[in-house]
Design a protein around this ligand. Structure first.
Ligand SMILES: [Zn+2]
Ligand SMILES: [Zn+2]
Length: 283
């Protein structure tokens, strides 16, 4: 039975990665959904990672598990069905939106469009974890490889924000995931985000988000990675606020334990900046 105390401001626009359908998560999707119910969430978007466009983008942990792009596609199809079943089964206790999180690599645009046509998700989160086909968030080693390949941190940031613009423009995701993820592993990110060449691209991307009426994911997972503020960092949040962009908490949960982690802090931060806590829903 549902003994949860409802927390009407508890929502996650980006959550529910599970060990059942993601090689770097743990726990079953059902147990994760039950954790959201237990913690009194009003609604949650379940947004598992999409499969890779080609075998070249199979992650090391997936490769170690013996999975190729074809098998990951099949796992994703099972995920979409399972998420829909859970949505129907728990409809009286929690509003679930069934979605997925994108990748942006070579071939990803047509492939993502095929996934949308075939699986008809409630929405999807537009995220990048690669720059010019180099993965940058899987490990610090990968990140440094991307810095080298792009010719330095500034170039890496600029290219990331250019690709992000392309992704948003082409796919119009209801939600943009962890807007400034590219700052991960860069201790000088605050100063870098303010450099004119980078700031201009951020402003351009935010203007597109505002014009299209999209939502920004206020991604609390950063706090679990030892950072002192979520993605999006405060300077960018202020700009989003000025543009009237909806910003909504996402716990980016990858286990039962990480469901709702740092939610209180995230809500307080957004409230303190004057964001509307009657959170905009993704669909
Ligand atoms: Zn993940
Ligand atoms: Zn992500």
């Amino acid at each position: 039975m549902n003994q949860a105390t409802p927390n009407p401001t508890y929502v996650s626009i980006h959550g529910g990665h599970s060990g059942e359908f993601c090689s770097h998560a743990i726990d079953s999707l059902e147990d994760i959904v039950k954790a959201y119910i237990r913690k009194g969430f009003a609604w949650v978007g379940i947004t598992e990672h999409m499969p890779p466009a080609t075998d070249a983008f199979v992650y090391p942990d997936e490769r170690a598990a013996g999975l190729d792009a074809g098998q990951l596609y099949d796992r994703f199809a099972v995920y979409m069905n399972t998420a829909r079943e859970l949505k129907a089964r728990f409809a009286g206790e929690l509003d679930i939106y069934v979605g997925f999180e994108t990748e942006f690599t070579s071939r990803a645009l047509p492939f993502t469009r095929q996934l949308i046509d075939k699986f008809n998700p409630d929405y999807f989160v537009g995220s990048l974890h690669h720059v010019d086909d180099i993965s940058f968030d899987f490990s610090q080693e990968d990140y440094l490889r991307a810095v080298d390949a792009l010719g330095g941190y500034d170039n890496l940031y600029e290219r990331y924000f250019d690709l992000q613009y392309e992704l948003i423009d082409a796919l119009n995701p209801a939600v943009v995931g962890h807007f400034d993820l590219i700052r991960l592993y860069d201790e000088h990110y605050r100063a870098r985000l303010e450099k004119p060449g980078i700031a201009l691209k951020i402003d351009r991307n935010l203007a597109l988000v505002a014009e299209r009426g999209l939502i920004l994911d206020f991604n609390l997972a950063a706090l679990s990675k030892g950072m002192d503020e979520p993605y999006i960092s405060a300077g960018i949040l202020e700009k989003a606020k000025e543009l009237g962009i909806a910003v909504v908490p996402g716990d980016d949960s990858h286990s039962v334990d990480s469901v709702g982690r740092h939610m209180e802090k995230g809500i307080e931060l957004l409230k303190g900046m004057g964001f509307n806590t009657a959170w905009k829903r993704p669909a």
